[in-house]
Design a protein around this ligand. Sequence first.
Ligand code: FUB
Length: 305
Amino acid sequence: MERKHENPIIRSIYTADPAPMVYGDTLYLYTTHDEDEIIDDFYTMFDWRCFSTKNMVDWTDHGKIFSLDDIDWAEARAWAPQAIERNGKFYLYCPVQKNGGGIAIAVGIADNPTGPFKDLGHPLVDEGDWNDIDPTVYLDDDGQAYLYFGNPELRYVRLNEDMVSYDKETGVVRIPMTEESFNKGSHDTGTSYGEGPWFYKRNGLYYMVYAAFAVDEHDEHLAYSTSESPTGPWKYGGVLMTTEGGVFTNHPGIAEFKGHNYLFYHTGQLPDGGMYHRSVCVAEFDYNEDGSIDTIPKCDGVTEI
Ligand code: FUB
């Protein structure tokens, strides 16, 4: 009989900012963790979690795999991470608040996808402003890895082969925030691009999926843009998921796993859920022949593969 996993995927704790990584026959899902007890009516997040599945129905909880306690130079905001494997090592890119203030991107390094991750010892990206959040990493076929990030602007660095430093000559590149690239919207740049970028390539086309603000809309929806090159110019593609789920934020993560395409996102639909008590969900989707993606309908879960 067909088995189904109903959304939200994780029900034991509040999770957000899903970042899937396929390695071997397993999909690893890295998430942030909204604490039960909310401090100062704001995001209360101290550690990163990992879950895994081989069939999209049975999930294993690997617990806390990296935390603010592991990063001497950071004091708060264990926000949206993304992981990647290169040459047998696993890298987890994580925005954090530095001791004394300011956001930067940390890197955890491990020999296994489930950690334990060890801090690099210093920030990888530290532009000194609030834009340094929500890193997304992609290793291109030619061996060049890119780390995009940003709110309200989209920026990137070209990672060096060691994955823990970047090409300082090119530096931090600011993507032009135009309506052609990201549609007209209500975020600070005047476009819809908000935060939570997810960067990848499929059939030679580069995709940037992100949380977006429509004109006169204060809750995030998910949208995407595409490019012929890893560094743009980006062309707005459309809405991937309308505003839903009863929370102000949403945050995409895309994975192709065993011939199926998945969009991971978050809502506030667990009991006592809401803005600071979010829950990770998943929807299956298909690409059109030309690589475009239709808006993904509301989804109550996915079936076993
Ligand atoms: O979870 C904290 C922040 O909220 C993330 O960094 C954003 O993407 C939004 O989901």
